[in-house]
Design a binder for this molecule. Structure first.
Ligand code: PBG
Length: 336
């Protein structure tokens, strides 16, 4: 005789209303952060070949128009990346009062006041002639990134970004002690209310390649494996996160996101009291985009499924080149 089950999980999947009623994870627009590339000495937006649909903006009406468009979708948070026309060994254009990011921050503050949240990526790789995330010195006859010399430059950049109006500074260099150095410098300069979102757990990932084309920040020699994390390690993430917490980080981050869901879960479980950001990076964006352009996947459903997975893994905030689209799609209703 056939016995029929009395426990039937399918009852709660009967239709969309009941699925929405019991959904454990819901994407929210308030947790989305839109990255923006801002480039010096151009007048029109420029296409980025490796990231279809993403542009480099000049700090003028074009940038304002783009932010207005994203704002009207509901996104309020932006992380800015600067592309300077001048580079040197010391990243001096990164802490210039009239640098690309400083100029843009003032323009956006003037235009939008407190209506938008402005986060700045704090690093040197876009500003150095060698493309590394710090200062290069010789050690045992070899060129290497000098950790403690680099801290001084990162502190200068952070303070100049805060001065120009950044709400949150996001150090992405993976130098040891960078969060502490920045916190101290910000406090001494009177920016005690400027928050730090640390790229705490940032892996040496091949999925940053499209970004490096977008921002012209590929290292001219060597790679970043001496400072970014080894993709084979998960528990080491806890060491990185706990050091950043001790040094004064307000928000933690795991990067990339889609390929490191286990790490997001691990960090969230260990430090649930800290807001956790996840960065869905350029390569993760471009892979979906390429498949969508070829008609191999449905872009909206794929993006919403992946972004929901990132949130389900434990991310509170998500940095994504799809932020504008996701916000519009949430309004239309998710297709689950
Ligand atoms: C460093 C920085 C990088 C990204 C964000 N901040 C590049 C790198 O570490 O090489 C990558 C972001 C992405 O791939 O979308 N300033």
């Amino acid at each position: 005789m056939v016995t029929f089950p009395t426990l039937r999980p399918r009852r709660l999947r009967k239709n969309k209303l009941i699925r929405d009623l019991v959904a454990e994870t819901n994407l929210t627009t308030s947790g989305l952060i839109q990255p923006i590339f801002i480039k010096e000495n151009i007048n029109e937006p420029e296409k980025i070949e490796s990231m279809p649909g993403v542009y480099r903006y000049p700090p003028n009406d074009h940038l304002i128009k783009f932010i207005e468009e994203v704002y009207s979708s509901g996104v309020r948070n932006f992380i800015l990346f600067g592309i300077p026309s001048f580079k040197d060994e010391f990243a001096s254009s990164a802490y210039d009062k009239n640098g690309i990011i400083q100029k843009s921050l003032r323009l956006l503050r003037q235009t939008f006041g407190e209506k938008i949240l402005l986060i700045t990526d704090e690093c040197t790789d876009e500003y150095t002639s060698h493309g590394h995330c710090g200062i290069i010195t010789q050690k045992d006859g070899k060129l290497c990134v000098n950790n403690d010399e680099s801290l001084k430059v990162h502190a200068l950049i952070a303070v100049s970004q805060a001065e120009a109006g950044a709400d949150i500074i996001a150090p992405s260099s993976m130098m040891d002690g960078v969060v502490g150095a920045i916190r101290k410098a910000l406090d001494e300069a009177g920016f005690t209310d400027t928050a730090i979102m640390s790229y705490s757990v940032k892996y040496a990932s091949t999925f940053y390649s499209p970004f490096r084309e977008a921002a012209y920040s590929k290292p001219s020699f060597g790679d970043r494996r001496g400072y970014q994390m080894d993709p084979r390690n998960a528990f080491e993430a806890l060491k990185e996160a706990s050091l950043d917490i001790e040094e004064g980080a307000d928000i933690l981050m795991v990067k990339p996101a889609h390929t490191y869901l286990d790490v997001i879960r691990l960090v969230k479980d260990h430090f649930p009291e800290y807001p956790l950001a996840a960065y869905h990076v350029s390569g993760e964006y471009s892979m979906i985009k390429a498949a969508a352009i070829n008609g191999w996947i449905d872009e909206k459903t794929a993006v919403l499924e992946i972004t929901t997975a990132i949130k389900r893994a434990g991310a509170d905030l998500i940095i994504t080149y799809y932020a504008n689209d996701i916000a519009r799609w949430i309004k239309e209703g998710v297709p689950f």
